[in-house]
Design a protein around this ligand. Structure first.
Ligand code: ARG
Length: 464
C-alpha cells in the first residue's frame, strides 16, 4: 500500500517489516488525543492565516466525523499506515479529499506524538490521583473504626511493641499521600505543550504555540523545540512515581497476605477478593493481594526499560522513542486497577479483634513498658534493659509471661517495682502512654486521623 511519505522511495518494504515498525497495534489508544491535538492545530492555522477558513472548516468537519466514529469504536486502523497519526491523516484525506493533506502544515509527527503523550498522561495521572485519594479515604475510615484495636507491632517480623491497629493502617495513608504529592508534581511537567516544535527546529510558518497550548489546556509550552520533541522525562517520572507507589502497595499486600494466613488470622478477606483452590477445598487464597505484589515486577520493568531506551539517544527524535508507549499504557492501567482493587479489599476486610487482642496479651511486647517504668524510677535505661532482659529469659524458661510474675519475683529483680506494674504492663496502657507526637497513643492517633482527613481532596472544591 502507498505510504503517505512515499515520494522519496522507489522500493517498498515487505509486510512483516512494516509490522515490526508499526505502532498502530498499541498507539490506537491515543486516537482521541491525536484528534484533539489536530483540531487545536487546524484552528490555530486558520487564526494565524496559514490556512483559509474554508479549508480549516472542511478539515475540522472531517476530524469531527472521525472523532465520532472513534467514540463509537467504528474506526478500522491499517497496519500499513504505521501509526495513529498517519492512520488519522489517511482517513481525513479519504473523508474530505486532498485538502486533508493541509492539516500537517507546520507540524511533524514528532511534535504530534509528544503532544498526544502529554495529553494522554495528563488525564491518566489525574485519574490516578483521584484513585489514590479514594483509597486514602478507605484507609482513614477503616482506621477510625480501629483506633482502640490493640495489635502487635513488629520489627524484624518479631513482636516489638503493641500499637493501635489504626496506626498501622494510617502509615499506609501517609505513604499514599506522598505518592499523591509526587503524581501532582509530575503533572507540572506533563502540563507543558510540545506542539509547534515541528520535527526538531520549529517551523517557517507563523504559528502561535501559545494558542494551541491554551486550546489543549496546557499551562506552559516547551522553550526549546529540540527539547520538546526529545523529552520523555515526564514519562520516566511517571514510571518512577508509579514504581514507588506500587512498592508501597506491595508491602501492604504482603502484610494482608500474612494477616490472612492461618498463622496470624488477624483479618478475613471478603470472598470477592479471594479465590479457592481447584484441589484443596479448605483454601481461601488472597489472590488479589498476591497479584498486586506480583505486578510490582512489571512496573519496575517498564521504568528500567524506558530509562535504558533513552540512555545514549542523540537529539532529537529517534524511532527508539516509539518504545515509550506500551510500558506507559500498561503502567497507568496497572496502577489504576491495583489502587481500586486495594481500596475495595481493605474496605471489605474483617478485622479479627479477638485474635489481635490475644496476640498482644500472650507475648513479650510489653517488655519495653517495664524498662521504661524502671527508667522513670531513676534507673539508667541500659541497666533497666538488662534487668528486664533477665526477667524475660526467666519467663521464657518457665513458660510464662511478664504479667504472670508475682510481685515478689519483680521485687527480687528490682526493689523499685511496685503493684502498679501490672497496670503498666497491660497492652492498652502500653499504647495509650505512647503519646509522643506521631506516636501510637490513642489520643495521637485521633489527631492523626483529623490531619489525614484534612489531606484529602475536597470533593466540593476540587482541591486539597
Ligand atoms: N509512531 C511514532 C512514535 O510513536 C510517531 C513519531 C514518528 N516520527 C517519525 N519521524 N518517524 O514514536
Amino acid at each position: 500500500m502507498k505510504k503517505l511519505w512515499n515520494g522519496r522511495f522507489k522500493g517498498s518494504s515487505e509486510e512483516w517489516i512494516d509490522e515490526f515498525g508499526a505502532s498502530i497495534p498499541f498507539d490506537h489508544q491515543l486516537v482521541l488525543e491525536d484528534i484533539e491535538g489536530s483540531l487545536a492545530h487546524v484552528e490555530m492555522l486558520v487564526q494565524c492565516s496559514i490556512l483559509s477558513e474554508q479549508d480549516g472548516d472542511l478539515i475540522q468537519q472531517g476530524l469531527q466525523v472521525i472523532k465520532h466514529k472513534a467514540e463509537n469504536n467504528e474506526l478500522k486502523f491499517e497496519l500499513s499506515h504505521e501509526d495513529i497519526h498517519l492512520n488519522i491523516e489517511k482517513m481525513l484525506i479519504d473523508e474530505i479529499g486532498p485538502v486533508g493533506g493541509k492539516l500537517h502544515t507546520g507540524r511533524s509527527r514528532n511534535d504530534q506524538v509528544a503532544t498526544d503523550m502529554h495529553l494522554y498522561l495528563k488525564k491518566q495521572v489525574q485519574e490516578i490521583i483521584n484513585s489514590i485519594d479514594q483509597f486514602q479515604r478507605v484507609l482513614v475510615n477503616k482506621a477510625a473504626q480501629h483506633v482502640h484495636s490493640v495489635a502487635p507491632g513488629y520489627t524484624h517480623l518479631q513482636r516489638a511493641q503493641p500499637i493501635s491497629f489504626a496506626h498501622h493502617l494510617l502509615a499506609y495513608f501517609w505513604m499514599m499521600d506522598r505518592d499523591k504529592e509526587r503524581m501532582n508534581d509530575n503533572l507540572k511537567r506533563i502540563d507543558c505543550s510540545p506542539l509547534g516544535a515541528g520535527a526538531l527546529a520549529g517551523t517557517t510558518f507563523p504559528i502561535d504555540r501559545f494558542m494551541t497550548a491554551k486550546t489543549l489546556g496546557f499551562s506552559s509550552v516547551y522553550e526549546n523545540s529540540l527539547d520538546a520533541v526529545s523529552d520523555r522525562d515526564f514519562i520516566v517520572e511517571f514510571l518512577s512515581n508509579s514504581s514507588i507507589l506500587i512498592m508501597h502497595l506491595s508491602r501492604f499486600a504482603e502484610e494482608i497476605i500474612l494477616w490472612a494466613s492461618q498463622e496470624f488470622q488477624f483479618i478475613e478477606l471478603d470472598d470477592a477478593y479471594a479465590t479457592g483452590s481447584s484441589i484443596m477445598p479448605q483454601k481461601k487464597n488472597p489472590d488479589m493481594a498476591e497479584l498486586i505484589r506480583g505486578k510490582t515486577g512489571r512496573v519496575y520493568g517498564h521504568l528500567i526499560g524506558m530509562l535504558t531506551t533513552l540512555k545514549g539517544l542523540p537529539l532529537a527524535y529517534n524511532k527508539d522513542m516509539q518504545e515509550d508507549k506500551e510500558g506507559m499504557f500498561d503502567t497507568a492501567q496497572t496502577i489504576q486497577r491495583s489502587l481500586d482493587i486495594f481500596a475495595g479489599m481493605v474496605e471489605t476486610m474483617k478485622v479479627n479483634e479477638s485474635n489481635l487482642a490475644s496476640a498482644v496479651a500472650k507475648d513479650f511486647s510489653n517488655a519495653t513498658e517495664l524498662a521504661d517504668y524502671l527508667a522513670v524510677k531513676g534507673i539508667p535505661f541500659r541497666d533497666a534493659h538488662e534487668i528486664v532482659g533477665k526477667l524475660v529469659l526467666h519467663c521464657v524458661e518457665t513458660n510464662i509471661f511478664l504479667v504472670d510474675l508475682s510481685i515478689e519475683d519483680f521485687q527480687n529483680a528490682c526493689p523499685l517495682i511496685a503493684e502498679d506494674i501490672y497496670e503498666v504492663l497491660s497492652p492498652e496502657q502500653a499504647v495509650k502512654r505512647r503519646n509522643s507526637y506521631g506516636g501510637t497513643g490513642f489520643a495521637q492517633v485521633e489527631i492523626q486521623i483529623e490531619k489525614a482527613r484534612a489531606a484529602l481532596i475536597d470533593k466540593e472544591a476540587g482541591t486539597k
